[in-house]
Ligand binder design. Structure first.
Ligand code: NI
Length: 180
């Protein structure tokens, strides 16, 4: 432990959340430290997934841990340059939320099972199949790397409603920060 820093999570709307993140060239000490910070920030929030663009870093890395049972061991995962290489025809609907869009939830339909390829923190390529909440989460986080939010899967009216609520929240937070 030690040296981990909680990072500030960007709130929608923010242009950095709409940008496509860059591929990561090599896994080095700096990147491993960033992964530690991201996991720490995700657990602290608390959330089950966090993508680097959400802390303003436009690189293709995400962290997740979808173990919901507090008595079960945590399963922190770090995915570098993740890519979906297969998906089921079967779909699954989940009431999604996002650390960049606090307190807003909506049902999103996605493939129920996905096969994902990525580079691990040891620099080695990994392939794994995800289902259940893990499948929803990994797709949601990979969307972030492509500048896409879960609300982009919704009908425009619903998306605009959530965005307006977020604009209001950000104005309130800015006012509070100003007034101390
Ligand atoms: Ni999110």
């Amino acid at each position: 432990m030690g040296g981990m820093t909680l990072r500030k999570i960007l709130l929608h709307p923010d242009p950095r959340l709409k940008a496509k993140a860059d591929p990561i060239g090599s896994v080095d000490t700096e990147l491993r430290a960033l992964a530690d910070d991201m996991l720490e920030t995700m657990y602290d929030a608390p959330g089950i997934g966090l993508a680097a663009p959400q802390i303003g870093i436009l690189q293709r890395m995400l962290v997740m841990d979808c173990v919901k049972d507090e008595n079960a061991s945590p399963e922190p995962m770090v995915l570098i340059n993740p890519e979906i290489i297969g998906q089921s025809d079967e779909l699954n609907v989940y009431d999604e939320g996002c650390l960049s869009i606090p307190d807003q939830y909506a049902e999103v339909e996605r493939p129920a099972v996905v096969k994902v390829k990525w580079t691990g923190l040891d620099g080695k390529e990994v392939q794994e199949e995800f289902d259940g909440l893990w499948a929803t989460c990994v797709q949601h986080e990979i969307d972030h790397l492509n500048g896409k939010l879960f609300i982009d899967h919704l009908k425009p009216l619903k998306r605009q409603m959530i965005t307006r609520k977020m604009q209001k929240l950000k104005r309130e937070l800015a006012r509070e920060a100003k007034n101390g």
